[in-house]
Design a protein around this ligand. Structure first.
Ligand code: F6P
Length: 373
């Protein structure tokens, strides 16, 4: 009798998730004679015991589908929403895992999912994870699936914004997803030929951005496209934010810490309208009309690219092989184009940011892209 495995998708939905479920499922069923159960809506479904048996019929025809056939949520096992109260539901998860006689649980997700999965691994469950996020910011893997599709969508948006910006002689500021890491804004910004790229890793000066736009104008280019990541911050804002973060990390008093966290949440709300404020200020400084386009969840929707289907398929089938070998407590990763198994403790609590001297940045600087620094 083969093994029984559970699968769930958690965190923001990502193109390529179904390709991964399909690859893992088909390999598990046909090559390793395993049984598979898919839990609905992330860790929530594991708590509520909402599941579906994944057979060949369920796994057919899903390769090209966006989103996830299993549904997803951002619920955490140890802080689950129970009628407005946060409750630790880990014991219920362990009970359901044992009731289903699972040999392993596969958790497909980004940084939050890696952390939640590690928590379950520490409680003794056999866990394997796959890295999926359009942000491409999971540590110890060179790439996550979902990123390529989202980058393609954002690049096409920048391409299309060029003709309208140029016709109206405007500045168009296009906001691209990525709170902590700027991979998406950087990749799409370069591929789409944005004139200014702003990412969380490089705090910017508004005056320097205005200067570069005015220089373009002097050179006869009366429009500019600015690709900005959601989490990009001005130098001043970044200083305040970093100081607050430092205070939160060093304050032991619980009440004081909670107050500081509240302050940080207020700053987050303020930064959510950063793109609009930036556009308004640039309009004042350059005397050029400015407009804003927020791509938002468009970037996560629809058919996965061929690169994401391929990556998710490689990771999914490798995952089935690792389960067969009983290699648990790991994330399936890609390093130098090879599939590797990385211990979960090396992944959690980290965000893979864009290094300041990354080749993409160096290359963009060489042909004059402004980063606002
Ligand atoms: O984690 C992926 C991501 O799309 C981020 O880029 C974005 O900041 C966030 O999710 C949005 O989350 P939600 O869909 O919960 O609003």
């Amino acid at each position: 009798m083969g093994k029984t495995i559970g699968i769930l998708t958690s965190g923001g939905d990502t193109p390529g998730s179904n390709a991964a479920i399909r690859a893992l499922g088909k390999a598990a069923l046909s090559k390793y004679s395993m049984q598979i159960i898919g839990f609905r809506d992330g860790f929530r479904g594991l708590v509520d015991n909402r599941y579906v048996a994944l057979d060949n019929k369920m796994l057919s025809g899903i390769l090209t589908l966006g989103g996830t056939i299993l549904g997803t949520s951002r619920e955490k096992p140890f802080r689950m929403n129970n009628n407005g109260h946060e409750t630790d539901m880990t014991d219920t998860i362990i009970k359901n895992y044992n009731n289903h006689k699972l040999d392993a649980l596969v958790c497909i997700g980004g940084n939050g999912t890696q952390k939640n999965a590690y928590h379950l691994a520490q409680r003794g469950l056999n866990i394997i994870t796959l890295p999926k996020t359009i942000d491409n910011d999971v540590a110890k893997t060179d790439i996550t699936f979902g990123f390529d599709t989202a980058m393609g969508i954002a690049t096409e948006a920048i391409d299309r914004l060029h003709s309208t910006a140029s016709s109206h002689h405007r500045i168009i500021v296009v906001e691209i997803m990525g709170h902590k890491a700027g991979w998406l804004a950087l990749g799409a910004g370069i591929a789409g030929g944005a004139d200014v790229i702003l990412i969380p890793e490089i705090p910017y000066h508004i005056e320097k951005i205005a200067e570069s736009i005015l220089e373009r104008k002097k050179a006869g280019k009366s429009f500019s496209i600015i690709a900005i990541a959601e989490g990009a911050m001005s130098v001043d804002f970044n200083k305040t934010y970093a100081a607050l973060k430092q205070q939160i990390n060093t304050t032991e008093d619980e009440d004081k810490r909670n107050k500081l966290k509240q302050e940080r949440a207020e700053l987050d709300v303020l930064n959510a309208s950063n793109t609009i404020r930036l556009a308004n200020r640039l309009q004042e400084l350059t005397n050029l009309e400015a407009r804003v386009t927020i791509l938002g969840h468009l970037q996560r929707g629809g058919t996965p690219s061929s690169a994401d289907r391929l990556l998710a398929t490689r990771m999914g089938t490798a995952c089935a092989r690792f389960i067969d070998k009983e290699k648990y407590g790991i994330m399936v990763a890609i390093q130098k184009n090879q599939i590797v198994a990385v211990p979960l403790e090396k992944v959690v609590g980290k965000t893979r940011k864009v290094p300041g001297r990354h080749q993409w940045i160096k290359s963009a600087r060489r042909f004059g892209t402004c980063f606002g620094d």
